[in-house]
Design a protein around this ligand. Sequence first.
Ligand SMILES: C[S@@+](CC[C@H](N)C(=O)[O-])C[C@H]1O[C@@H](n2cnc3c(N)ncnc32)[C@H](O)[C@@H]1O
Length: 308
Amino acid sequence: MPPASVHTAVLPAEVMSYLAIEPGMTVVDGTLGGGGHTRLLVDAVGPSGRVIALDRDPIAIERGAAELAGRPVRFAQANFCDLPEVLDALAIERVDRVLLDVGLSSDQLADDTRGFSFDSDGPLDLRFDPTEGEPAWRMVNRLRPETLADIIYEFGEERFSRRIARRIADTRQREPIRTSRDLARVVVAAVPRQKPPQRIHPATRTFQALRIAVNQELKSLRIALERIPTRLAPGGRLAVIAFHSLEDRLVKEAFRNRQVWESLTRSPVEATDDEVARNPRSRSAKLRVARLLDGPADEAGWASPAGE
Ligand SMILES: C[S@@+](CC[C@H](N)C(=O)[O-])C[C@H]1O[C@@H](n2cnc3c(N)ncnc32)[C@H](O)[C@@H]1O
């Protein structure tokens, strides 16, 4: 059994208030993580309801299944963009609520074998599902420096992306980059020293960019936003917590489709100063919630006009 979760759920009260769950509902937590939100969802649906909890990470699923044994939760190790297939396997047609709290959990960050933290001597892997796709160490040793720079710039919003990519290319000519510490050292050597020193580690943006690329996180979210309307009940609600401006933009644009969604959050909901003080991870969280309009929705997420 994996160690107990160290993750603190963000915006818990706001999520629960916007989801307005009633006893007996069927609710999906698309990102189980440490199970903080899942527990709140389970309590809200009560004994007559059910929660379906997904995560790409098999360790999160193993921990959740052990910690929530006996509660009305069905677990699936799956990408939330495959929600329709997960529901088919459970013979569930439509659900009442879906929550996605995207990105990385503190449990993944704390696990030295996964490569998410800069000072780990474990392999630079960065995959949520360690059986799927290419580990980051292979990507950084394989891709052309121009492509690496584009990834670091676009997904990491890192202004020194070209310098970092060039330094990676120089370093790997001598010996391949294997561990997170290897990469963190390369980044620190590549970026100019900041005055005053930055609040975050100089490699933060590079790691974030590679993680998003390795896991194809934006693609998963884009597909999920198209497919979820096909399996939400009319009037059902979707809440998404994003930590990255590109993710938040995808959510914002999806919810702008007024044939499908009624947005319940005009601007994104953010953590209070109190929550940020207690849980610094919540600083960049942005919650958006929308209600599915009453008409049926097809695969593309467009509601069919009445009579068609
Ligand atoms: C921020 S954590 C969720 C924390 C959780 N809400 C809690 O309260 O503990 C994000 C989780 O989502 C998972 N994840 C990220 N992208 C995913 C995807 N496309 N499908 C399923 N799980 C995903 C990660 O593996 C991670 O465990």
